[in-house]
Every structure is written in structure tokens, then in C-alpha cells.
Design a protein around this ligand. Structure first.
Ligand SMILES: [Zn+2]
Length: 144
């Protein structure tokens, strides 16, 4: 079970009975989607309650439930995340933003190379040099 804790103390998660959520404070439970049989067969996950897409149809209901969970996990994180990753330019000391696709275990950009928009220097960096900012607080990235 994944809990997304925001800076204002709000906690969001997909409903699950693994934890007693009332122990964390007042709870509000809302429907986020509907998994329904499709008129032409199979199953769909309709995410309209959170302004999301209709996923499917899937042959199996369990496939629709898995797709629903995957989409909602990503949605919850994206709602909470206001993180900027950056490294300090060795040429001029400016913060150079690093895209999320180049950070973390599921990154698709593996090269750790970037270019400073201020002094136009292209440089590479180590994961240990990566820093991030959440709501204007600068923190040091600790790679796992
Ligand atoms: Zn620079």
C-alpha cells in the first residue's frame, strides 16, 4: 500500500484495508473509477471520476483492475509531486534542471549529460550530484 504524504499533511492512497486509515486522522473515501463489463465483451476501467480515460476493453476483469490500479497509482503521485530535479553547472554555478526521465530507478535517460542554458556548457554529472527542490526547499538527492 502506497501513501502519498503532501506538505500540508494530506495523505492520499488507493483504498485498502492493509492499514487502519482512521488512525491517520479524518478520512474521506471517494470513488475514483468504475470497472464494468463492456457492451462488446471484456471489461473496461472508466476513470471519469478523476477526469481520466476509459482503459480497455480487457479480456479479463482482473486485467482491467490491474490497469485501473496502475493508472491511479501514477495519478496520485502526479497530483502530489511538485519536485524539480537539478544539478549545479560547473561552469557558472547555475541550477540546470534535469527531467524526471533521467532520475530514479525507472528512468529512461541513462546518460547523465546535460547542457546549461546560461553558459551553454555541456557536462556530465554523477547521481550523487543530483539535488531536488520541493516547494522551494532544496534537498540533496540520495540515490538508492
Ligand atoms: Zn552554466
Amino acid at each position: 500500500m502506497e501513501l502519498v504524504v503532501q506538505t500540508d499533511g494530506t495523505i492520499s492512497c488507493l483504498y485498502d484495508e492493509a492499514l487502519d486509515l482512521t488512525a491517520l486522522g479524518n478520512c474521506e473515501v471517494q470513488r475514483a473509477s468504475f470497472v464494468e463489463p463492456h457492451v462488446h465483451g471484456g471489461w473496461t476501467a472508466d476513470l471519469w471520476p478523476v477526469s481520466g480515460p476509459v482503459l480497455g476493453p480487457f479480456a479479463l476483469r482482473s486485467e482491467a483492475l490491474a490497469a485501473e490500479r496502475k493508472w491511479l497509482d501514477h495519478y496520485l503521485l502526479s497530483q502530489a509531486r511538485s519536485v524539480m530535479f537539478f544539478v549545479v553547472c560547473p561552469g557558472c554555478g547555475s541550477a540546470v534542471e534535469i527531467p524526471e526521465t533521467a532520475v530514479g530507478p525507472e528512468r529512461t535517460d541513462l546518460w547523465n549529460v546535460c547542457r546549461c542554458d546560461v553558459c551553454n556548457l555541456s557536462f556530465d554529472y554523477d547521481d550523487q550530484e543530483l539535488q531536488f527542490e520541493i516547494d522551494d526547499r532544496r534537498l540533496t538527492w540520495i540515490p538508492m
